[in-house]
Ligand binder design. Structure first.
Ligand code: FES
Length: 85
């Protein structure tokens, strides 16, 4: 599968989540908080905390721990969150 993160190709396997691919690529964080700019990545891992938000194919606020990769996905790290303030 071909997947890119911020424009760089990363290894990915069918059935793998975005979070799993990011962690396997050595990226423990991929978002920062909108208030203090603190780094965030995987926290709960089960779709509850919303810490793992990422931009997938131009769509923000995708939970990386819940989204299964598809061939050709364009993953972008995210600043803050688009969620209602
Ligand atoms: S790590 Fe908590 S929602 Fe993804």
């Amino acid at each position: 599968m071909k997947v890119t993160v911020d424009g760089t190709a990363v290894p990915a396997r069918p059935g793998q989540t975005v979070a799993a691919a990011l962690l396997a690529a050595g990226r423990p964080t991929w978002r920062d908080t909108r208030g203090g700019g603190r780094p965030r990545g995987l926290f709960c891992g089960i779709g509850v905390c919303f810490d793992c938000l990422v931009v997938v194919n131009g769509v923000p606020d995708v939970r990386a721990c819940q989204r299964v990769l598809a061939d050709g996905d364009d993953i972008r790290t995210q600043r803050g969150a688009e969620l209602p303030r």
